[in-house]
Design a protein around this ligand. Structure first.
Ligand code: KG4
Ligand code: ZN
Length: 407
């Protein structure tokens, strides 16, 4: 089954053609990063207008790149939440309209569930021996039950996945999401938006400097003592204390520095966004004064986030006796996080998998994949489906109360 996936939940416009939920024939993403970088974050009104101008060309390119015609497409899936209402509305409306015009089945997709299904994706054509079959599981797929760590710009959740569509919430963030913390701290340090890749790069610079000086890279990662909210006895996360600590460190560091240029980060060009929080304004002031040791601060911050994510994920895999952990969401693109989790899970013989970087951040291939697994069960959505900006994963039963003993 070939599904056209459409993604428009935030500041990326995506369209993809995926066969049998796994084989990516095309995956086109139009990013608005350049535009929002000016403001240090996504401006919803600008995002939805950009979605509108990109959506049709992006879909046309996805069909062309897959060497498909409309006759080769069997169904359409589009994100209906969570996300920004104005952005979601564009992709969902186009998806429903195309399904009506082309008489194709339609499925509204939960963006968070789609991030999980990014782990089912692989590049290229389906092999002729497996073509046409509608399978729940195939060689190379993740094996249930598994633990999924979903870490994106708006979510940080540890989820036990017992089978397709069977989700149990183990823990979630009590304040900022992991990606949000990366983005806010990047602003504090005067680094670019999105903050995750910018902080990763700055941290890599600090580690490289250590290597050149023949010192252990751990020195960069522990250059600044930063708090970790362990929230013992739960699998919940909290990153706001860490963010505040970074703000104070940056302000203190900037105060001591007379130069008006950041040590190795750019001065933040923002300031136009009137909705900036007090945090952002204070952070920007620190950045404009010039924060020294940006790369050491970035390395220490990244380590503090990774520490908590990796240890809690490992503890959950031990408690629930799963054989596999999968990562999902934009922060799963972080190379240091991947390496640290490999290290935590290897002695326990627990397999770690994560999607290739292009499928970690927002894309439409993952939307087509999630749509496939629902459509294959005979599910479809009505054309009266509306956007759900606050949608969560469809958790079964009550939240699992864990008996975790944190270290
Ligand atoms: O999943 P995603 O593309 O969009 C949402 O659904 O939110 O996640 C975006 C988030 C941003 O906060 C971005 O800073 C973060 O993912 N991110 C990273 C990296 N690449 C993207 N965070 C840490 N390290 C990265 N390499
Ligand atoms: Zn996302």
């Amino acid at each position: 089954m070939r599904v056209l996936g459409i993604e428009s939940s935030c500041d990326e416009t995506g369209a993809a053609i995926v066969e049998d939920g796994r084989y990516v024939l095309s995956n086109i993403v139009a990013s608005q990063v350049e535009i929002h970088n000016r403001y240090g974050g996504v401006v919803p009104e600008v995002a939805s207008r950009q979605q509108l101008s990109s959506i049709i060309p992006v879909i046309e390119t996805a069909i062309e790149k897959a060497s498909c015609s409309w006759q080769d497409i069997d169904a359409i899936g589009a994100t209906y939440g969570p996300g920004l209402a104005g952005s979601l509305l564009v992709g969902l409306t186009v998806g429903k309209t195309l399904s009506l015009a082309r008489n194709l089945p339609f499925l509204g997709v939960n963006h968070l569930e789609a991030h999980i299904y990014a782990n089912w994706l692989r590049q290229g054509e389906i092999s002729s021996s497996s073509a046409g079959a509608s399978r729940e599981s195939e060689e190379g797929d993740p094996t249930f039950p598994l633990i999924c760590l979903i870490i994106s710009g708006a979510h940080s959740e540890l989820v036990l996945v017992r089978g397709h569509g069977q989700y149990e919430l183990l823990g979630q963030t009590r304040d900022d999401a992991a990606g949000e913390a990366f983005d806010k701290v990047a602003r504090i340090l005067g680094l670019d938006y999105p903050g995750g890749p910018a902080i990763q790069q700055a941290a890599q610079r600090a580690e490289e400097e250590m290597r050149q000086q023949k010192k252990p890279v751990e020195l960069a990662r522990s250059a600044y003592r930063l708090p970790r909210a362990w929230l013992r006895g739960t699998y919940d996360f909290s990153f706001s204390g860490l963010k505040t600590a970074m703000l104070h460190l940056a302000e203190g560091a900037a105060g001591k520095q007379s130069s008006s240029q950041a040590y190795d980060g750019k001065s933040n060009a923002g300031g136009a966004n009137k909705q900036q929080s007090q945090y952002t304004r204070m952070g920007m002031q620190a950045a404009q004064k010039g924060v020294p040791n940006v790369s050491l601060l970035a390395a220490s911050f990244q380590e503090a986030i990774i520490d908590v994510l990796a240890v809690k994920t490992r503890l959950a895999t031990q408690e629930y006796h799963v054989k596999q952990v999968v990562l999902a969401g934009g922060v799963a693109a972080n190379l240091s996080l991947r390496a640290r989790l490999e290290q935590e899970l290897l002695p326990l013989r627990i397999r770690l998998s994560y999607p290739p970087i292009e499928f970690c951040t927002d894309n439409a291939a993952m939307i087509a994949s999630a749509a496939y697994f629902h459509l294959a069960q005979g599910e479809t959505s009505g054309l009266n489906l509306d956007v759900h900006p606050g949608l969560s994963l469809p958790f079964s039963g009550k939240r699992v109360v864990s008996s975790v003993k944190s270290e």
